[in-house]
Design a protein around this ligand. Structure first.
Ligand code: SF4
Ligand code: MG
Length: 327
């Protein structure tokens, strides 16, 4: 089966100048990331802020330019940015991000915002648009009397529902959701995540679900990729990642999620500073925070290896004897 979207060796490097006369320094936001998402599947991408998750999400959609590597959608290489071909493809892949107020036009009613993509992508005849708008509102649990409201007249949760409805208007095959519920109250988060999961199942949509919140990812992802300073350090099915994390960073992340009724015993506490892409440690970038680091970790970066059937990890200790994954 061909993956819906496949990324190979993606890299994005920013030149950052600290101070007026300082030499610009390369910052590797995304550094050699490969991934594939099958139709209808949800890939969770987790990691602390600064790990490159959002940049990776935008690169998948072609919003952030690739400096190296390749993205294929339905087996075809992504067309040149902003060409007619690219726009047609973008209708099939939509982005939902954290701040619904920024994503919506505050001068337009909810109904007009939902009609807009139908018009832009010329998806259905004009006379059928109102019915489709009504259908989209029902799908995300908005009431019909909210159609004439403006974004500021809705709650945060309702606004995010409107953003999701608009993303669904073009019948996408892929949603890239970047922290889609992080700005919402905890009580609303579960509702929106459940709704996303339902919509995805009903419509066979694949999802890349980016979040720093493992509890949320656990609820929605089939597979999870863990990122640290621009690289994937472990990837496996969601069950496997949460049940038996192997990479020391994944272990620390997973053990920081409270499990009701479970004691804190055996928890791995994440030490030291959170990752700073402008100051990447040599060797394994995680070594200053790793409790089992050895000499080799300080000098040599581990490569991603297949350590078990359907599990990869980038760690010298965990992957001892494992075969490197071909890019
Ligand atoms: Fe820790 Fe070394 Fe593995 Fe990096 S390579 S995670 S420093 S043990
Ligand atoms: Mg982010």
């Amino acid at each position: 089966m061909t993956p819906l979207i496949q990324a190979t060796n993606l890299a994005r490097i920013y030149q950052v100048r600290r101070g007026l006369f300082a030499q610009p320094k390369p910052v590797r936001a995304v550094d050699g990331v490969s991934l594939a998402v099958m139709p209808g599947e949800t890939l969770g991408i987790v990691g602390e802020s600064g790990s490159g998750k959002s940049t990776l999400g935008r690169m998948l959609l072609g919003i952030d330019q690739l400096q190296a590597g390749e993205v294929r959608f339905e087996g075809r290489a992504m067309p040149e940015l902003r060409t007619a071909e690219w726009r047609a493809l973008r209708a099939k892949m939509q982005l939902v991000y954290q701040d619904p107020l920024a994503a919506l036009d505050r001068r337009l009613t909810i109904a007009s915002q939902l009609a807009e993509p139908l018009e832009i992508h010329r998806i259905i005849p004009k006379d059928q648009r109102p019915a489709r708008v009504a259908e989209l509102m029902v799908a995300v649990g908005l009431r019909q009397d909210q159609a004439g409201r403006f974004p500021h007249e809705l709650s945060g949760g309702q606004r995010q529902r409107a953003v999701i409805a608009r993303a669904l208007a073009s019948r996408p095959k892929l949603l890239v959701c970047d922290e889609p519920v992080s700005a919402l109250d905890v009580s609303i988060q579960a509702q929106v995540v459940n709704m996303l999961r339902q919509l995805q199942e009903q419509n066979g949509i694949a999802m890349v679900f980016i979040s720093h919140d493992l509890k949320v990812v656990r609820n929605i992802a089939d597979r999870v990729a863990v990122m640290y300073l621009g690289r994937i350090v472990e990837e496996a099915s969601s069950d496997v990642i949460f049940r038996s994390p192997r990479h020391p960073y994944t272990q620390a992340l997973v053990s920081s999620v409270p499990v009701p009724g479970k004691l804190l015993e055996g928890r791995v506490i994440l030490q030291g500073e959170p990752p700073n892409p402008a100051n990447r440690p040599a060797g394994c970038a995680f070594h200053p925070r790793c409790s089992i680091a050895r000499d080799i970790c300080r000098s040599t970066a581990p490569v991603l290896r297949q350590i078990e059937n359907r599990r990869t990890a980038a760690c010298h200790i965990v992957a001892d004897g494992a075969v490197p994954v071909a890019a």
